[in-house]
Design a protein around this ligand. Structure first.
Ligand SMILES: NC(=O)c1ccc[n+]([C@@H]2O[C@H](COP(=O)([O-])OP(=O)(O)OC[C@H]3O[C@@H](n4cnc5c(N)ncnc54)[C@H](O)[C@@H]3O)[C@@H](O)[C@H]2O)c1
Length: 284
């Protein structure tokens, strides 16, 4: 089935980015969130992001206008009735996602695929809240969505091949490179990234090197665009801790134990850029 309209639930950082790339690829979008204020903010975010692309001559003014015109908004989940594919990008809360998936299951057409952009929650667990586990799948975009090429596609235990292929085709259609991953804690992206960040925090805690030295080793020595401590500040230290906890409990393996310094930073409310203070200071 050719997808002409996608429903996106959650219009925050990720939902607005996903809406933008879908609309810029010629797909109509219904963007759903809890209030018109949030949806207005999402529209402004898309406008700014598209304007940057026009400035860089990556797209034309007309393409930008057309993309924005393709996005309509709604504050009720029932708007998914008009869509052929749904991507959920609400906050990272298992109970909320399961509740939304149960509702989506009752509202969306019975052939409609329900994808989630979760970074850490089991796809199989979310799928179990619906009566269509074969049509539930992870579609993990990276932040910022308009820039990052990867989509990690995560197959839950019951996800069908037909569902996987449809999601792979959609990811390609919106200009991304899909990678197939099975449903295990942290998938691949966070299972590899977060222990590296956690180990960098151990290096700092143990005095192996100072923050600049640790980040410089990884930037200049490993060609990473950012050092792991600066990256942790960007992601949010609470998010990093949460994902380490998911890995630690999911594998019951001590190699994933969160660094005590990471716990201490989160307890102190030093969450990185969003609080203007993390491993680095952003108050200036
Ligand atoms: N931010 C990232 O770097 C990143 C990267 C990859 C994946 N993710 C995942 O994407 C998802 C969204 O993350 P985000 O950073 O965009 O969060 P965000 O906080 O920016 O946005 C979440 C949105 O969900 C909305 N929401 C909450 N309850 C809702 C409901 N009942 N119905 C509709 N909308 C509701 C909120 O109003 C908010 O606009 C999470 O699962 C997160 O783990 C985030």
């Amino acid at each position: 089935m050719e997808i002409s309209r996608v429903g996106i639930v959650g219009a925050g950082t990720m939902g607005s980015g996903i809406a933008q790339v879908c609309a810029a690829s010629g797909i109509d979008v219904t963007l759903i969130d809890v209030s018109d204020e949030v949806l207005d903010r999402a529209r402004k975010t898309m406008e700014k992001s598209l304007a940057r692309l026009v400035k860089k001559e990556a797209i034309t003014e007309q393409q930008s206008t057309e993309a924005l015109r393709r996005v309509s908004t709604a504050t009720s989940l029932s708007a998914v009735k008009e869509t052929q594919f749904v991507i959920e990008a609400v906050i990272e809360d298992r109970d909320l996602k399961r509740k939304i998936f149960a509702e989506l299951d009752g509202l969306a057409g019975k052939e409609v695929i329900l994808a989630t952009n979760t970074s850490s929650i089991s796809i199989t667990d979310i799928a179990a809240a619906t009566g269509r586990a074969d049509k539930v799948i992870g579609m993990h975009f990276m932040n910022p969505v308009p820039v990052m090429k990867l989509v990690e596609i995560i197959r839950g235990l019951a996800t069908s091949d037909v569902t996987y292929q449809a999601v792979e085709a959609l990811a390609t259609r919106v200009g991304k490179t899909p990678v197939e991953v099975q449903d295990y804690p942290g998938f691949v992206s966070n299972r590899v990234l977060m222990p590296m960040i956690n180990e960098a925090i151990y290096c700092l805690m143990e005095g192996v090197a100072d923050r600049e030295a640790i980040d410089t080793v990884m930037k200049l020595g490993m060609n990473h665009p950012m050092g792991p401590l600066a990256l942790a500040d960007l992601i949010g230290l609470d998010v990093c801790l949460h994902i380490m906890e998911v890995l630690y409990s999911g594998y019951s393996d001590s190699k994933y134990r969160p660094c005590p310094l990471l716990r201490k930073m989160v307890a102190a409310g030093r969450l990185g850029r969003k609080t203007a203070s993390g491993f680095y200071d952003y108050s200036a």
